[in-house]
Design a protein around this ligand. Sequence first.
Ligand SMILES: Nc1ncnc2c1ncn2[C@@H]1O[C@H](COP(=O)(O)OP(=O)(O)OP(=O)(O)O)[C@@H](O)[C@H]1O
Length: 391
Amino acid sequence: MGYFLILGVENENLINYNQSQLIYKAFLYTDKRRVNKFYLRMRDKLENGGITVENATDFLNIKDVSTAFKINGQFYDAISHIDLQVHHDEILAIVGESGCGKSTLATTIMGLHNPAETKISGSIDFEGTDLLQLSDDEYNQYRGAKIGMIFQDPLSALNPLKRIEDQISEVMDYHSTFTSAEKHDRVLELLDQVGIVNPKRTAHQFPHELSGGMRQRVIIAIAIACKPDLIIADEPTTALDVTIQAQILDVLREIQKENHAGIILITHDLGVVAETADRVAVMYAGQIVEQGTAEQIFNTPEHPYTRSLLRSMPQRDNENDDLYVIQGNVPSLQKMPQTGDRFAPRIPWVPASAHEDNPTMHEVTPGHLVRCTCYRDFQFPDQPEKGSVTE
Ligand SMILES: Nc1ncnc2c1ncn2[C@@H]1O[C@H](COP(=O)(O)OP(=O)(O)OP(=O)(O)O)[C@@H](O)[C@H]1O
């Protein structure tokens, strides 16, 4: 039995057809990866012919995932009941303050937790395979090959004693059967793709001889060496200055287009999100509290947490104003409320009756989901009208 039934197009030479002439045929594939590749081929052809189509498949489907860490002999949830989909060809940003669970979600997808110290439940369907059911050896076939990861600190992610070429080749040694000459060519091609000006010279250098921006480009080259379908970038620009940040974000966008990859971009920086993301999931205290397209999140934010984050962002046109400060802190795992709205203590002026006892997600417009009913009449005490100036 196949996983998926999608509408495909019988004749791939679509340029000669208009939408109404297309002959649709149901394709049943047993392999989700083939379905996705097929879909992308079709979509390119359709769009070249001026036709827009909806994305037919999610290739990463995170369902009801919770991850708990053992602290003093007891398990406490760092992320709770996460539901999230990632599509090919998109950058999904995950935002939230420090301690909200963004990295835990990333490392859960990557299978980087010690089972003795961590309890994970739910499912993470990646191209038809539940990652959470894989053994360590099976996971190793995915990491680096189908799933690439870009970490925050490029210096600690690189081996100081190895030349750049060897570090990029290493991942290919593990996942491919390239000859030495093929590997060398591919290293130069990758360094060029991530915007290194002199790939030959850089390939021969050691990490300490490169600038921070160049090192991060090398990390990206390693992450994409095997053309992964999914790239997880955890705070990839935090350690870099603003100009270099912009260049690295450009590289990520290029790669997403060229490789048809799906990228999960983890950041606490809403500026980075605004510049880069197609969709955004906002996390607070281990839960997703709002998700939608970047336009929905920036133009019509709904959850009080999202609105507070946006209000605390420096605005170019009112740089002299004091920034909004969100009261209180993200609760620690041991102090995480088990019922009620986890953000409620940080908006104490909102009456308890505005919150749900067990907040659920509400779809406010198609694809735009908000947790808890408290968003409906939410106002800042000093800004009685929702949607006013600084938001
Ligand atoms: N291995 C661990 N053992 C115990 N608690 C942990 C562990 N890893 C993370 N935590 C806790 O889980 C919560 C979520 O942490 P996480 O690092 O996922 O948040 P984050 O949003 O990525 O924050 P940051 O932006 O600072 O990295 C925090 O309270 C953190 O202290």
